[in-house]
Design a protein around this ligand. Structure first.
Ligand code: GCO
Length: 265
């Protein structure tokens, strides 16, 4: 009898920032693999309801919880509600993130702290409280959404790079502390995808747009966020039961190469 190592039937997956973009794409992948989805949003109940209806329209069992992932009291209250109303959280995807593009010498401390709080502190707060149940149940999966900026710097995104670099190391330390409880903590590092977050720098004629196409061995932006679904399902399933503290970069090869001159094919 063949076992489908990637089957997530019976699993409950909580995705932060799961109402749009990369979060939505990864959530769809986990739902299509059989998981029951719990979608966190923070901006509006309407946006959250629309997203949950979208998943249901795909035949996926989904529910939504509106709370601020940087607020520990809200996190504790909502995790308790989710585990009572939906079930034990088997998979946590820390995807919620923001970016502020400002040269460091001009960046307000409050803006720097805001990026660190959402992109680095909230994965800690969410994981700290979700893992308590996983430790009791002796199993669990945590996926932290990293970035090219976990490895590379880029002008104007210093706070984001600090957070995503820190998240890579937080992922490794979570693995160090929790692997003994049969909990696998890993990361996914999306390359440059066509999302609302990258829209300002992905405009025809914008120098960064052409730069990315030239800098990426795949010679394109990550067009379809679905390109992230495979890594998300792998790191959520039995297929990764001995994978820990790793970041799977889904970047069309950006990190594999020094790049090439624009006039070279
Ligand atoms: C930017 C982009 C990046 C991407 C992604 C790359 O301004 O450089 O927004 O941050 O969103 O994180 O991995």
């Amino acid at each position: 009898m063949s076992i489908n190592l990637f089957d997530l039937t019976g699993k409950v997956a909580l995705i932060t920032g799961g109402t749009h973009g990369l979060g939505q794409a990864m959530a769809e992948g986990l739902g299509n693999a059989g998981a029951t989805l719990v979608i966190n949003g923070a901006s509006s109940q309407d946006k959250l309801n629309t997203a949950v209806e979208h998943y249901k329209s795909l035949g996926i069992n989904a529910s939504g919880y509106l709370f601020d992932v940087t607020d520990e009291a809200q996190v504790i209250k909502n995790i308790a509600a989710i585990e009572k109303e939906v079930g034990n959280i088997d998979i946590l995807v820390n995807n919620a993130g923001i970016i502020k593009r400002t040269p460091l010498e001009e960046m307000e401390v409050a803006d720097f702290e805001a990026v660190i709080k959402v992109d680095l502190v909230s994965p800690f707060i969410m994981s700290k409280h979700v893992v308590k149940g996983m430790i009791k149940r002796k199993e669990g999966k945590i996926i932290n959404i990293c970035s090219m900026m976990s490895e590379l710097g880029r002008s104007t995104v210093g706070a984001y790079a600090a957070a995503k670099g820190g998240l890579k190391m937080l992922t490794q330390n979570m693995a160090t502390e929790w692997a003994k409880h049969n909990i696998q903590t890993n990361g996914i590092g999306p390359g440059y995808f066509a999302t609302t977050q990258t829209a300002p720098i992905r405009v025809d004629g914008h120098p960064f747009n052409d730069f990315i196409i030239n800098r990426t061995p795949a010679a394109r932006w990550g067009g379809d966020p679905k390109d992230l679904q495979g890594a998300a399902i792998f790191l959520s399933s039995k297929a990764s039961d001995f994978v820990n503290g790793q970041v799977v970069y889904v970047d069309g090869g950006i990190l594999a190469t020094i790049g090439k001159p624009s006039n070279e094919d």
